[in-house]
Design a protein around this ligand. Structure first.
Ligand code: SF4
Length: 328
């Protein structure tokens, strides 16, 4: 089974999937509140597919086994909920469903995992959703996945009118990995084969909270290699070889990794022609520094990723730990 974005031309097959589900579940104690020709309508499905909000689980024989919509549209009434995270960066799950005869096979969980990936792509901080209070299987799925129950609230939907719904929220902020310079995590990728280990950064990587990348290696340069420094818009090795293309290639690949992992923060090695932020080596290979950013640091910042040097990050950790200890 694969999970993929639905195509607009599949809208008819997908609405039939929902209609089958409504028919099959109509006499069961736990059934969805959806109603044929009220919600979802073919136009709802088509709009979701056209906007890239709709994902479907498709079996080997082409049968649609499940579907979910994720977008940033919070239904009316969501503003009255006591959510656990205060943020405007919200993704909302709608119409999560799997084929009744395939219930218990983990399709709902896989669709939620896809929703998490999509929400990270949307730069959302949280995912929110609602379900009927008596829908215990769904509530169990959400709670075991890591959603927090945020109380019941009366909501209006055209298919069911006004009735209580149970509200759930999933905090994505811990799912968002930090991008770190690999040498700070203890990898021997520095130009001379050494590392710039910061144990706390290595711990982040070991615990799965950060991803370690060396842009220079990613750009195709070997380790060990000659040291390089920025001279204007070029990067040149101590032997005079122009390695600008490798540095740019490494930066673009690093940005791709950042986007793919949903990283909003990068902790990068200071002064490096790739990773340095604020000041970098001056191009004379004499240890001097000049204002500027490394090639990767510059590209990440231009692309909206917050960049900190390892010293800035360590100071920020000390400050948060001190304020935590002082709080009543
Ligand atoms: S490119 Fe960055 S990660 Fe790689 S060795 Fe240099 S400072 Fe470290």
């Amino acid at each position: 089974m694969i999970i993929r974005r639905a195509k607009p031309e599949e809208a008819q097959a997908i609405i039939e999937f929902y209609h089958d589900l409504i028919d099959t579940m109509k006499d069961r104690a736990v059934r969805p509140a959806w109603e044929k020709n009220v919600y979802p309508m073919l136009s709802d499905i088509r709009e979701a597919a056209e906007n890239g909000w709709l994902y479907i689980a498709v079996q080997e024989d082409g049968e649609i086994a499940g579907a979910v919509v994720i977008n940033d549209r919070q239904p009316q009434g969501y503003s009255d909920v006591h959510w656990t995270v205060r943020t405007d960066a919200v993704a909302v799950v709608h119409l999560l469903a799997s084929k009744p005869r395939l219930h218990g096979q983990g399709i709902g969980r896989k669709l939620l995992e896809q929703a998490v990936k999509a929400a990270l792509d949307m730069n959302a901080d949280v995912i929110r959703l609602d379900t009927l209070p008596y829908n215990i299987p769904s509530r169990h799925l959400y709670e075991s996945f890591g959603f927090r129950y945020c109380g019941d609230l009366d909501l209006f939907y055209p298919d069911v009118g006004t009735r209580p719904f149970s509200m759930y929220e999933y905090d994505l902020r811990n799912r968002r990995k930090i991008f770190v310079s690999a040498c700070l995590a203890g990898e021997h990728c520095r130009w001379d084969g050494g590392t710039n280990l910061v144990p706390a950064i290595k711990e982040l990587v070991d615990s799965g909270k950060a991803i370690a990348i060396c842009p220079e290696e990613l750009g195709g340069l070997p380790t060990p290699r000659s040291p390089s420094e920025c001279i204007g818009n070029r990067v040149v090795s101590s032997e005079g070889t122009d390695v600008t293309a490798e540095f740019r290639c490494g930066a673009e690949r690093a940005l791709w990794v950042c986007n793919n992992e949903g990283c909003k923060l990068a902790v990068l090695k200071s002064k490096s022609p790739s990773c340095g932020k604020g000041v970098i080596h001056n191009g004379l290979f004499d240890g001097g520094l000049v204002p500027g950013n490394g090639v990767t640091a510059q590209l990440l910042m231009e692309s909206g990723v917050a960049v900190m040097t390892e010293q800035e990050w360590q100071e920020s950790q000390t400050v948060s730990s001190a304020s935590y200890q002082q709080s009543p």
